[in-house]
Write a protein that binds this ligand. Structure first.
Ligand code: CA
Length: 225
């Protein structure tokens, strides 16, 4: 899952970047409103974390603009404590949630997870397909009762697949949701990681769950059901 953080305060920005990366998100950062808006309109994000007081363009203007342009990505606003008017204005402009500073990282993470659930079919946790389970809270994966150790990228891939069971995901979609803006689009990075993931998730188990759809992408599905 890919997140855009628009936050100008360096200490808060680095705290968010570090925490979100550790939680297996692909994270893009903007330290001013103008870059933040441009990135929000150009790239595909699963969630946007938006500070309201920003140089260049404030958070309210960004929110108004992304909603006018019909970007429906969930937005969490970061507000000053006691700034009730800001919260109301943000929610009225199309924010999905807000968090008053200072906040605990675990609360932000729980709110992001809640927003990710809202945008899709409601998933029980863990997500189960055949004998594979993906626990998106514990970020753990088991198959046939055995724990599977995955790298952060492999985990992000399987979570993205698990949230979209049965849906063919193109390489572009996978890049947009699992990698941040710094990836090199010319490399075969996706295929390499999917091959590694497959070895861990499918080798030695039956049936295979990760399928290649020639010319289209990949899909997680159980052909036995
Ligand atoms: Ca700020």
């Amino acid at each position: 899952m890919r997140v855009l953080v628009i936050e100008d305060e360096p200490s808060v920005a680095s705290f968010l970047k570090k925490g979100l990366c550790e939680a297996s998100f692909a994270v893009d950062m903007a330290d001013n409103g103008v870059d933040g808006l441009r990135m929000a309109l150009t790239n595909t994000y699963d969630t946007i974390v938006l500070d309201l007081m920003l140089p260049g363009m404030d958070g309210f203007s960004i929110l108004r603009e992304v909603r006018v342009r019909e970007v429906t990505t969930p937005v969490i606003c970061l507000t000053a404590r006691d700034a009730v008017d800001d919260r109301i204005k943000g929610l009225d402009l199309g924010a999905d949630d807000y968090l008053a500073k200072p906040f605990s990282f675990s609360e932000l993470l729980a709110r992001i997870r809640a927003l990710l659930r809202r945008g899709q079919e409601l998933h029980a946790n863990p997500i189960t397909i055949g004998d594979l389970t993906v626990d998106v809270v514990a970020r753990s994966v088991h198959r046939g009762g055995r724990r599977i150790d995955l790298s952060p990228t492999e985990y992000s891939l399987i979570e993205y697949f698990a949230r979209n069971i049965g849906q063919v995901l193109s390489r572009t979609m996978i890049l947009e949701h699992v990698w941040d803006i710094n990836h090199d689009p010319m490399t075969n990075v996706i295929d390499v990681h999917i091959n590694r993931l497959r070895k861990k998730v499918d080798n030695g188990f039956d049936p295979p769950l990760i399928h290649t759809i020639r010319g289209a992408g990949y899909v997680l599905r159980n052909d036995r059901t």
